[in-house]
Ligand binder design. Structure first.
Ligand SMILES: NC(=O)c1ccc[n+]([C@@H]2O[C@H](COP(=O)([O-])OP(=O)(O)OC[C@H]3O[C@@H](n4cnc5c(N)ncnc54)[C@H](OP(=O)(O)O)[C@@H]3O)[C@@H](O)[C@H]2O)c1
Length: 278
């Protein structure tokens, strides 16, 4: 029987991919580093493997894997992983970000571009699910929400955050249906909402009082660098948010086109994650 291997099966999107595939009656193998610790839906087989040791993926891929869901957890890129997938499977669906295609000799700005290029050259059938920022990023505000004030820069930055389950649903279609080969699917939420509006929505859905307070970008830079430890990443986020005060982050019709229904909105995401804020 053909099976689907899910890499990153316990991750923020992968866990929904596994659940949706299992609900749909597909045979699923879930790649985890520690099979004893992984919490997976009933009937899903955990298989051990580590992306930093490509050969460890051989048993997970052997004997009947037709399609692979791949995510890359920010590790150094390991071309051998793509080679192994191509040797065993026919199709890969890669969780990417909203990146531009790279020409053959162009250096990658971000690792997703490098992995996409390896996949394009691999001979596999492929679909890139290029996700806009996950709504899960809102949990960065959880502690401040509990304190009643969210202090953050660029209150007027309009973002089209996407529910992780929508990303997973699109990936599942690409894994299980014909017609998605070569798709570069930019997946977004249904609308672009400002940071200040997002805080108001969180308060309304949780039934708590929480207000927005504008943080000057330079103060934000210091605090976020201390918290995240990656000045280049902080810089790129601040630049993006500033740009979204002038031009809202884009909204695509990918979810509607692929799934035949509108994307889930941020309100539904907050309701789904109410416990995570408390
Ligand atoms: N966050 C966003 O807004 C956003 C937006 C666009 C794209 N993305 C991309 O989405 C991807 C997922 O990001 P995330 O932050 O949400 O991470 P995540 O899915 O929560 O990452 C954790 C997952 O990675 C697996 N993993 C970690 N190291 C591994 C290794 N050495 N070998 C095998 N599996 C390993 C973990 O498996 P175990 O069960 O073994 O721990 C777990 O399933 C990233 O590539 C990110 O760039 C994120």
């Amino acid at each position: 029987m053909t099976e689907i291997l899910v890499i990153g099966a316990t991750g923020s999107v992968g866990r929904h991919v596994v659940a949706a595939l299992a609900e749909g009656g597909h045979e699923v193998r879930a790649l985890v580093r520690d099979a004893a610790k992984a919490v997976l839906p009933a009937g899903v087989r955990a298989v051990a493997g580590d992306l930093t040791a490509p050969e460890s993926l051989e048993p997970a891929l052997a004997d009947g894997v037709e399609a692979v869901y791949l995510m890359w957890p920010g590790l150094p890129v390991e071309p051998r992983v793509i080679e192994l997938i191509a040797r065993h499977a026919e199709r890969v669906v890669y969780l990417s970000a909203d990146v531009a295609d790279l020409a053959d000799d162009e250096p990658a700005v971000i690792f997703h571009q490098e992995i996409e290029r390896l996949i394009r050259r691999s001979g596999l059938a492929w679909t890139f699910v290029r996700a806009i920022d996950f709504a899960g990023n809102l949990l960065a505000w959880a502690e401040q929400v509990r304190g009643g004030v969210v202090r953050w820069p660029y209150g007027r930055a309009r973002r089209s955050l996407v529910h992780e389950r929508d990303i997973a649903d699109v990936a599942v279609r690409a894994l299980t249906e014909e017609g998605h080969d070569g798709g570069r699917y930019v997946v977004t939420g249904p609308e672009a909402l400002s940071h200040a509006e997002l805080v108001a929505i969180i308060g309304e859905e949780l039934g708590v009082r929480v207000r927005w307070e504008e943080l000057p970008p330079e103060t934000a830079r210091e605090r976020l660098t201390a918290a995240w430890g990656n000045p280049a990443f902080v810089d790129s986020r601040l630049r993006a948010w500033e740009s979204f005060t002038r031009e809202p982050e884009r909204v695509t019709d990918t979810v509607q086109r692929v799934l035949g229904r509108p994307p889930r909105d941020v309100r539904s995401w907050v309701r789904d994650h109410a416990a995570d804020f408390r």
